[in-house]
Write a protein that binds this ligand. Structure first.
Ligand SMILES: Cc1cc2nc3c(=O)[nH]c(=O)nc-3n(C[C@H](O)[C@H](O)[C@H](O)COP(=O)(O)OP(=O)(O)OC[C@H]3O[C@@H](n4cnc5c(N)ncnc54)[C@H](O)[C@@H]3O)c2cc1C
Length: 358
């Protein structure tokens, strides 16, 4: 029987080694440079994603390209995928550190049909129904795009939806009103349930006062997803160059000149995909555009079956609560629990081994 090679079985060659250790104190708001070839943060995702896929090595001399993309996280790699698939453009991705070094290998792994923190009712209040409907459609289209992107990437996808848990009784009427709006105005499939149903059928969250369950929502392995995008982009002809930080950017005669330690990349067009790791000096257009938001994600050891039962996990759907600084968690395929939350914004305690919570 013929077996087609999958992205996971394609030999992509070797990944460029780290040129320096991970620096937990690095702060893109303060440091002038994003680093060069820094190793990955020692995240659960990196530890369990398998060997990083092959790449195209650091830039070693001057080159000319049509499109250069700065940053090799989800944004940069998917931009390269779509440029190849939809426009036949083989982009050149420049990454300061190791491939997919930034947030894309450090996050909570939740794909939600959402955009930002505001509820749909708040969209309507601020921007009117017409804009809100368009924003909702963008979220729906985004989920469909995401499903199609991961259809051939083994990233431990856990589809099925999202549970939005009311952490106070007073939140339930707000959620009920929002659920009606979602169903009636946005034609979006959501259900309300009381605390007893949440605890006995979904998750025995002792603080749950009820929940809204939405049908869209997929949990994924963040590192496997990033590595899958990397393989897919390269399989489509994109080139990905780690250890190639853009340290200078000049534009003249209709071309961009991106200076990296190994050579200058002359490009007709440039995409900036540096996300929260954008240094102030990269380009005047992005100067002072970054706000600090600190977000945490931890993963436990696999729970025993007895522990899963005691904790009352009846579902692997991820749950977020309605706190302003929200908590979220899910049971992963091997019975680990992934837990996330927001927190203070400086991160100065990161190197401490024993941090107290406040
Ligand atoms: C703890 C945590 C939990 C999160 N949970 C979720 C979640 O559940 N769901 C969700 O949708 N989102 C979540 N996010 C956000 C999500 O991870 C990011 O939005 C996403 O990964 C951003 O991808 P990106 O490609 O834009 O940036 P990144 O993945 O951060 O990539 C930017 C890259 O640019 C590189 N770079 C910077 N400067 C230069 C330069 N000058 N030259 C070359 N390269 C450069 C960096 O080295 C970096 O690798 C979470 C984030 C965190 C931190």
């Amino acid at each position: 029987m013929d077996t087609q090679p999958t992205l996971n079985s394609i030999d992509t060659g070797r990944a460029t080694e780290a040129q320096g250790p991970y620096d937990p104190q690095y702060d893109p708001l303060v440091d002038a440079s994003p680093g060069t070839g820094r190793d990955y943060a020692a995240t659960y995702w990196i530890g369990t994603a398998g060997e990083p896929p092959g790449d195209d090595g650091p830039i070693e001399h001057d080159i000319e390209v049509d499109v250069a993309i700065i940053g090799s996280g989800y944004t940069g790699l998917t931009a390269a995928i779509f440029l190849a698939q939809e426009h036949g453009i083989k982009a050149t991705v420049l990454e300061a550190n190791r491939s997919a070094w930034g947030c894309s290998t450090r996050n909570g792994g939740q794909a939600q049909c959402a955009s930002g923190r505001l509820k749909r009712s708040q969209w309507i209040e601020r921007w009117g129904l017409d804009v809100a409907l368009k924003m909702h459609q963008e979220c729906v289209d985004g989920m469909e795009t995401f499903k199609s992107l991961i259809s051939d990437i083994e990233c431990e996808a856990q589809p099925g939806g999202h549970l939005y848990i009311a952490h106070r009784d007073r939140i339930m009427p707000v959620l009920e009103k929002e659920a009606r709006l979602l169903r009636d105005t946005f034609n979006y499939d959501v259900k309300m349930m009381d605390a007893q149903t949440v605890r006995s059928k979904w998750i025995n969250d002792h603080e749950a006062c009820g929940a809204m369950q939405e049908s869209e929502g997929i949990g994924i392995h963040a590192g496997k997803l990033a590595f899958g995008y990397l393989k897919k982009a390269r399989a489509l002809g994109a080139r990905v160059h780690p250890s190639s930080p853009v340290q200078g950017w000049e534009t003249r005669g209709g071309f961009h000149y991106l200076k990296t330690p190994g050579g200058t990349v002359r490009a007709r067009a440039v995409g900036v995909a540096t996300g929260g790791y954008t240094s102030n000096g990269l380009h005047r257009e992005v100067k002072n555009r970054i706000l600090p938001i600190l977000s945490n994600s931890i993963v436990t050891r696999p729970l025993t079956q007895a522990e899963v039962e005691e904790a009352g996990f009846h579902s692997t759907q991820f749950a977020t609560d309605t706190r302003v600084l929200r908590h979220y968690y899910r049971l992963m395929p091997d019975n680990r629990v992934q837990i996330g939350s927001r927190s203070a914004i400086t991160g100065r305690d990161a190197p401490e081994k024993n941090m107290s919570s406040c």
